[in-house]
Design a protein around this ligand. Structure first.
Ligand SMILES: [Zn+2]
Length: 608
């Protein structure tokens, strides 16, 4: 046959059209239900057969019509699921010539007048057969008026009339109609069954075909027997005397869904080169960039449905399996990919070259896909007990110091001195010791804790900076005073019981006096707060604002943060929070590191 492809050839799909339920493959559930109904004498007046194209709806309708009207080879048989195929009825129905079995294609006869004929005819008894049977293909195409007219007949159907509807779009059929029909969903033929079916036909036709070639055809047919047989036809016409797998792959060209899936898989594996190569191959085969991205969006949607536990669309099983694998990535990643793909799809219209734009989308996806989601990042950080991200140096600054109670903030410039300053310890157990310790440390004289000169019998706060003072009052619950200090005072100098400041802002004239009183009360000795006209530094509030900017800049430079910012297009750092310092659980400490202690040392010291 291969050398004479131009001669008329009986198409395989027609030649092997199922003429009995035995030869109808992949629809066991339907056959079982029908035989039960038949055995119980509960056949409905109307049936609706639904399913994707080419899986045997029309064939089923004809087999059913034969079964209903078959009289058996001896003319005595009743309705059956195994029509004899030899009685007059069987033969006439098989050749679409039966006077009582009328087939109508709703796609071309949508109007009420077309249906009127049927309705009028239904009122007459069948001429020769048991039942008058109306087969209406693509019934969803009927107009609303036509449906209404049909409904009247369905509501009170004559005893000897049966309707068999077939449709690819059951949702477009009015519920009023559906509720009067026995519904049968035809399934896509499973891959393995399809391969076996194709192998059987190839053998009968003396077509030599590689198993792999048949598998490719079966996959491309997406469960439609008619499509599979057409492909087998094409392949047989193309190949000389053997159908090879490679030839099939060439012939199928851009075997849409599986190719799209392969591109996505490559992206998700972070394999940019492979993804782009696959895309280019599809492009060379004539696939539109825009369509491919739309298909990818569809696949991501279906995978997300699966990940969410919802039912995906009716898809061939091998695609479903691939989608399930994709769904394992989780909703967050799929959603992110969807977003990226959607943006890319929009950008495509503005791009001078849709192909280039689509490639860029794939590159971005492949780059992004292997990256963890924020949830993953946090989880990893929490699991990672010795994170390599932890910078060695600054962590020491925050080392919890046994001798630093809340009242004595560890804000003294050199961390070492904190540990060696039990002066500020709340317990009065070792009051003498601190004095000598302090004299031994290397603090500049004006920063030395002022309490050193005092007779110490009770805990005394050590004020070495304006910030210390503000922190102290904050901790004491004097929030307003603390806030005013931060906002209105510019430090000039601080020494033992003497603070010199500049005043900034309005209504702060009374602040120095108020502060002197509060400090004296707190320390138990008189403090002098003098106001200077020059030489003031930044207010604490200003310093904090600067620090915030610096922290953010420093944070942006951290590899992890940089990655997060890259992943989330348009993201920005709005706040850097220290985790509560008390917990010592590894996980939380690790997060804390990245947020604050991970800053470069110079930033950390400026924070103080
Ligand atoms: Zn028969």
């Amino acid at each position: 046959m291969s050398e004479q492809t131009s001669t008329p050839y009986r198409v395989l799909a027609r030649k092997y059209r199922p003429d009995s339920f035995e030869t109808l493959i992949g629809q066991e559930a339907l056959v079982r239900t029908l035989s039960n109904a038949l055995a119980l004498g509960r056949l409905a007046h109307a049936f609706v057969l639904t399913g994707v194209r080419g899986i045997g709806k029309t064939s089923t309708a004809r087999i059913l019509a034969k079964g209903l009207n078959c009289e058996g080879s001896d003319g005595t048989g009743g309705p059956t699921l195994s029509p004899c195929g030899v009685c007059q009825h069987c033969r006439d129905i098989a050749s679409s010539r039966h006077i009582d079995v009328l087939e109508m294609d709703a796609a071309s006869n949508t109007g009420v007048d077309d249906v009127r004929e049927i309705i009028d005819g239904a009122n007459y008894r069948p001429v020769s057969a048991r039942f008058k049977i109306y087969i209406i293909d693509e019934v969803h195409m009927l107009s609303r008026n036509a449906f209404n007219a049909l409904l009247k007949t369905l509501e009170e159907p004559p005893d000897n009339v049966k309707f068999i509807f077939a449709t690819t779009e059951i949702r477009k059929v009015p519920v009023t109609i559906l509720s009067r029909c026995q519904r049968f969903d035809l399934r896509r033929v499973p891959q393995e069954m399809m391969i076996t079916h194709l192998a059987g036909i190839a053998e009968k036709e003396s077509i030599e075909a590689e198993q792999g070639a048949l598998a490719q055809i079966a996959r491309a047919s997406e469960g439609s027997v008619r499509d599979a047989l057409s492909l087998l036809d094409q392949a047989a016409a193309m190949g000389a005397d053997k159908i090879e797998e490679t030839a099939i792959i060439d012939m199928l060209g851009q075997a849409e869904t599986s190719r799209i899936l392969a591109i996505l898989d490559a992206c998700f594996a972070g394999n940019t080169a492979e993804a782009v190569d696959l895309f280019n191959a599809a492009d060379a085969g004539g696939a539109e960039a825009e369509t491919m991205l739309a298909d990818m969006l569809d696949i991501l949607h279906q995978a997300s449905l699966i990940a969410a536990g919802a039912t995906p669309a009716d898809l061939p099983e091998d695609q479903l399996n691939q989608l399930r694998k994709m769904a394992d990535m989780g909703i967050a990643k799929l959603g992110r990919a969807w977003q990226l793909m959607l943006n890319g799809h929009r950008e495509l219209k503005d791009a001078p070259s849709p192909k280039a734009a689509a490639q860029m989308v794939l590159i971005r996806l492949a780059h992004l896909a292997p990256m963890p989601t924020p949830a993953d990042i946090i989880k990893n950080l929490q699991e990672d007990t010795s994170p390599p991200l932890r910078p060695a140096g600054p962590a020491a600054v925050r080392q919890p110091t046994p001798a630093s109670p809340p009242a004595a903030p560890a804000n003294i410039a050199a961390p070492a001195s904190v540990q060696e300053t039990p002066l500020s310890a709340p317990s009065g157990n070792a009051p003498e010791a601190p004095v000598s310790d302090i004299s031994g440390n290397s603090l500049p004289a004006e920063l030395a804790p002022i309490a050193a000169d005092n007779e110490i019998s009770s805990p005394v706060p050590s004020f070495t900076s304006l910030r210390d003072i503000a922190s102290y009052f904050e901790e004491q619950g004097a929030q307003i005073l603390a806030a005013r200090i931060k906002r209105h005072l510019r430090p000039v100098s601080i020494s033992a019981q003497k603070l010199e400041v500049m005043i900034t802002g309005e209504n702060a004239e009374d602040l120095p006096q108020q502060l002197a009183r509060a400090l004296s009360e707190a320390s138990g000795s008189a403090w002098l707060v003098s106001v200077s006209e020059t030489g003031g530094g930044k207010t604490i509030a200003e310093e904090d604002a600067d620090k915030d900017v610096k922290e953010k800049q420093a944070a942006e430079d951290l590899p992890l943060v940089a990655r997060v910012l890259e992943i989330f297009d348009g993201a920005e750092i709005t706040a850097i929070k220290a985790m509560d310092a008390t917990p010592v659980r590894e996980g939380e400490a690790a997060i804390e590191d990245t947020e604050e202690e991970g800053l470069p040392p110079e930033t950390s010291s400026q924070m103080r």
